[in-house]
Design a protein around this ligand. Structure first.
Ligand code: ATP
Length: 237
C-alpha cells in the first residue's frame, strides 16, 4: 500500500532514529515492514548521540551503539547507518537531524521519519515539534502497551480533525492506516504493524541476568556484546 501522492521520480527514504541500546531484531523487523508498506527505497538508521529523553546512565557509549547497528544491518543493502547524531556535540534533536539530512540528500529525496507510538506520545517535549512535523512525513507505529487513542490527549493541532472513533478502529485493527495531511507534500501516517514486544530495556535486563537472548538479537550483535563485556553487572547497567 503506497501512500497518497507517491511520486516515482523521487527517492523515498526512511529515517529510523533511536537509542539502539542495543539494536534488536524487533528494530530490524519493523524497518523491513515499514519499507514494504511505504515502498521506501532505503532506510537510514540514526543512533542518537546524547538522547534528551533517556536516562543517560543507562545509555552506553555511542561508538558501541553505532557499531552494533552497522553489524545488524550489514546483510541488507537497502539499510544504511548515519553517524550524524553520534558525533554531534550536545543533545541530538530530530529537527536538526532531519534538516541536515534533507540538505545533504537534496530535493530528489522525500523523507519519512519513523517512530514508535511511545516516543511520539512525547512529541510536545521535542524541540520545535510543530515545525518538525512540516519538514518531512512521519510514520508512527503502534507499540504494545500504548494505544493510538492516547493521541487525543496530546496538544497537537493535526489531531483535532482526527476522530476518536477512527483512532479506536486503528487500535482494533479495523483500519491499517490513518493519513493526516500536514502540508501539501507531507503527511503524518499512523500505521499498524505486526505487534512487536521486544524492547532494549528488557533485553538489557535479560543480559544482566545472564538469560538467553539468542532470538532477540542478531548473532553478530550478540558476539559484539560478549566480546566487549557490554550490559553486564560491572558496567552497572
Ligand atoms: P528502550 O527500551 O531503551 O527505551 P527501545 O526499545 O524503545 O529502547 P529505541 O532504540 O529507543 O528502543 O527505539 C527506536 C525507535 O523504535 C523508537 O521510535 C521506538 O519507539 C521504536 N521501537 C522500539 N521497539 C519497538 C517495538 N517493539 N514496537 C514498536 N516500536 C518500537
Amino acid at each position: 500500500m503506497k501512500c497518497q501522492g507517491y511520486n516515482r521520480d523521487l527517492q523515498h527514504i526512511g529515517l529510523f532514529g533511536g537509542t539502539f541500546n542495543p539494536i534488536h531484531t524487533g528494530h530490524i523487523r519493523i524497518a523491513n515492514e515499514i519499507r514494504e508498506h511505504f515502498s521506501l527505497d532505503s532506510i537510514i538508521f540514526i543512533p542518537a548521540g546524547a538522547p534528551p529523553h533517556k536516562d543517560r546512565k543507562e545509555v552506553i557509549e555511542p561508538v558501541h551503539r553505532l557499531r552494533m547497528v552497522e553489524l545488524a544491518i550489514a546483510k541488507y543493502n537497502y539499510f544504511s547507518v548515519s553517524s550524524i547524531e553520534v558525533f554531534r556535540d550536545g543533545f541530538s534533536y530530530s529537527i536538526d537531524t532531519v534538516s541536515a539530512l534533507q540538505n545533504e540528500l537534496g530535493d530528489s529525496s522525500e523523507l519519512y521519519f519513523i517512530t514508535g507510538l511511545d516516543a511520539f506520545l512525547e512529541i510536545r517535549t521535542w524541540k520545535d515539534a510543530d515545525t518538525l512535523l512540516t519538514l518531512c512525513s512521519f510514520v508512527v507505529i503502534q507499540r504494545p502497551g500504548h494505544r493510538f487513542a492516547e493521541l487525543k490527549g496530546i496538544d497537537l493541532p493535526a489531531m483535532h480533525n482526527v476522530s476518536a472513533s477512527d483512532l479506536g478502529s486503528l487500535d482494533r485493527g479495523e483500519l491499517q492506516r490513518l493519513s493526516i495531511p500536514m502540508t501539501e507534500r507531507y503527511s503524518l501516517y499512523l500505521e499498524r504493524i505486526t505487534p512487536c514486544v521486544i524492547s532494549s530495556t528488557e533485553l538489557r535486563r535479560l543480559i544482566r541476568a545472564g538469560k538467553e537472548v539468542k532470538n532477540l538479537l542478531p548473532e553478530n550483535v550478540m558476539s559484539y556484546i560478549i566480546e566487549n563485556g557490554l550490559y553486564h553487572e560491572k558496567n552497572n547497567l
